[in-house]
Design a protein around this ligand. Structure first.
Ligand code: 4NP
Length: 160
């Protein structure tokens, strides 16, 4: 059986999507689903290509037990639309940027927002914490943990 592949997307791939990748990997590890689910993350922009995650993302996530290891890479429409089963964006701008790269409208049913999977419906987006403070990184992680939990349930109940 091939793995279900999840790609998390944000603007820079140094704050939110690397955190989502790390949180999802924690859940995958806890449930021993490493041979069923693979995740990765990418950016809608190329500005931080090759950069490790923001140190604030790394430290806030690690305090909660999530190991952040990714290096920023841009989303590659030629490869990523076909490769991944769930392309999970953090905010409305990421969502519409990814939609716009789907030139022939072939992959719309793979493109999601992480908040779609949250149990707490208070948040309509995962807000960009880059110019924010420590509390913003904590809020981001709260939303991401909720969304990743819901996404994992969705994958476990899907036929993929
Ligand atoms: P991310 O956050 O999209 O969650 O990785 C950002 C990182 C960098 C910038 C903006 C948002 N920036 O403007 O450089």
């Amino acid at each position: 059986m091939s793995k279900v592949k999840v790609l998390f997307i944000c603007l820079g791939n140094i704050c939110r999507s690397p955190a989502a990748e790390a949180v999802m990997n924690t859940l995958i590890h806890k449930e021993k689903l490493e041979n069923r689910i693979l995740c990765d993350s990418a950016a809608t922009s190329g500005h931080h290509e090759g950069d490790p995650a923001d140190p604030r993302t790394i430290s806030h996530a690690e305090r909660r037990g999530h190991k952040v290891t990714s290096l920023s890479r841009p989303f590659n429409p030629r490869v990523d639309f076909k490769s991944f089963d769930f392309i999970v964006t953090m905010d409305d701008a990421n969502f519409s940027d990814i939609k716009d790269m789907d030139l022939k409208h072939e992959f719309g049913d793979k493109i999601f927002k992480l908040v779609d999977f949250c149990a707490d419906k208070k948040y309509k987006t995962v807000p960009d914490p880059y110019y924010g403070g420590p509390e913003d990184f904590e809020t981001v992680l709260n939303i991401i943990e909720d969304g990743c939990h819901g996404l994992l349930q969705k994958i476990k109940s899907s036929k993929l």
